[in-house]
Design a protein around this ligand. Structure first.
Ligand SMILES: [Mn+2]
Length: 465
């Protein structure tokens, strides 16, 4: 009797098999992620491949899944090795894998070179995720190995086909189990942000808040951050990927001090049960928004509210972005950050993309096993049409995808004002982003990350307490 967990993965494999059958059949070949050296002989913490995990629930390195269009699955994994297990931890081993994972068959990794060509014989196609040259070369070699046996009457797959879009499409729609994990990741991520806000005070280094985030993630059972956290004080908030390798001038990453009167931007989410949260909050270091900070923050929040309202079934994915852009553009004109005489009205600002000086990224991305999760963002079944390219021009391309229940997107507008002669100094170095995670529901969306305040008054109350 399989555990319900095993049944989830079995059902997902059955859906892949069904998709292969519908597209002419064949065998899918999917490896998990490689282990990677960090430096010397020490490795980065191991993280399994998301698609591999989605179909197996298996988290060990050095594993392959073969899945044919009849739904038969074969796992190749490391053998038990008492000597190695003393050093590296327990291994499931091929003997225990069928019962533990619900796969039909399991073999030791050593059988890979023999087993795969065997399973590719007389198959219409081999399916593999495209875009990885090493994998493509390996699979091509296996196909050649089948071809070499053609005199014995065996036919090699005539086609290599991309497994990526098949898996991406399934992963785009989250099932109940995935929603539960995303909700927990959102709750833990939000609690960590609240902890960072409470711990914030002038004089702390950025890494002081990063430590609070990491502590709360781990304390609540997340495996760690889902991506490199950004804790950006003052002007650093205008560096979009501050923290991911970008450092403040003359300082190591995260070493700038939090100063009274400045804002702090925190973009951090955790990984729980392999699922990510992705949350951004921006708050005053001394717990009290100044008037310019409050005005600009209020504008970003209004843009986020408009984008959230546009995140519902039937709307297109890009509707949230354009809703945010419309609000931001109007506000930038009202606050005088954009000069009406120079750029015209709201429609001109949107069409000419003058807002891009202060808002240069998109408003959301899919979220799931990966923080920037997989899934086709365009409606591939619709004809291309002329539309804004987001850079001030027009472009002919397929429209953005229509949202459906079960999809999960982030909603993350922002504004970033760098010092410039034509900008009133009161706005200088304000970098603000507000990001929440939204599950598209039957009649709108549910925010999974609102366990941390977002309203000005509530942030100030939390930081006072
Ligand atoms: Mn994000």
């Amino acid at each position: 009797m399989d555990s319900p967990d095993t049944e989830v993965y079995r059902a997902r494999r059955a859906r892949v098999a069904q998709a292969l059958r519908a597209a002419g059949g064949g065998v899918a070949v999917l490896p998990t992620a490689p282990e990677r050296l960090r430096n010397g002989d020490s490795e980065h913490p191991y993280r399994h491949d998301s698609a591999f995990y989605y179909l197996t629930g298996f988290t060990e390195p050095e594993a392959w899944l073969l899945l044919d269009d009849a739904g038969r699955s074969l796992l190749l994994c490391r053998e038990r090795d008492p000597q190695r297990e003393v050093w590296d931890g327990l291994r499931l081993g091929p003997e225990a894998a069928p019962a533990a994972l619900g796969v039909d068959e399991a073999l030791p990794l050593a059988a890979l070179e023999e087993a795969v060509p065997q399973r590719l014989a007389d198959r219409a196609a081999v399916w593999l995720p495209f875009g990885d040259p090493r994998l493509s070369a390996t699979v091509a070699r296996w196909v050649e190995a089948v071809r070499a046996r053609s005199r014995s009457g065996v036919a090699a797959p005539a086609a290599q086909r991309d497994l990526g879009p098949v898996l991406d499409e399934l992963r785009l729609f989250k099932d109940a189990r995935e929603v539960a994990l995303l909700r927990r990741a959102g709750d833990i991520g939000a609690a960590a942000h609240a902890r960072a806000m409470r711990a914030c005070r002038p004089g702390l280094p950025e890494y002081g808040l990063e430590a609070e985030l990491l502590y709360e993630f781990r304390r609540q059972g997340a495996s760690g951050p889902a991506y490199t956290p950004i804790v950006a004080a003052g002007a650093n908030a205008c560096i979009l990927h501050y923290g991911a390798g970008a450092a403040a001038l003359g300082l190591g990453h995260g070493e700038a001090l939090l100063r009274a009167g400045e804002l702090c931007l925190v973009d951090a989410g955790c990984e729980y049960g392999s699922y990510a949260s992705d949350i951004t909050r921006t708050f005053p270091v001394d717990g009290r928004f100044t008037d310019p900070q409050r005005a600009l923050y209020g504008l970003v929040l209004a843009a986020q509210e408009a984008a959230i309202a546009a995140t519902r079934p039937g709307a297109r994915k890009s509707d949230a972005h354009w809703a945010a852009v419309a609000v931001l553009s109007a506000g930038l004109l009202d606050l005088g950050l954009l000069d009406r005489d120079a750029v015209g009205g709201v429609d001109d600002v949107v069409a000419g993309a003058a807002y891009r000086r202060f808002y240069m990224h998109g408003t959301g991305h899919w979220l799931g096993l990966d923080v920037h999760d997989v899934g086709e963002p365009l409606a591939l079944d619709e004809a291309p049409l002329e539309q804004p390219d987001g850079l001030g021009g027009r472009v002919v391309r397929r429209p953005s995808r229509v949202l459906q229940p079960g999809m999960v997107v982030t909603v993350e507008p922002g504004l970033y004002v760098r010092p410039a002669e034509d900008i009133d100094p009161r706005w200088w170095n304000l970098g603000i982003r507000i990001e929440d995670d939204a599950l598209v529901t039957a009649d709108g969306c549910e925010l999974l990350s609102r366990g941390v305040p977002v309203a000005v008054d509530e942030i100030e109350a939390l930081m006072r307490g």
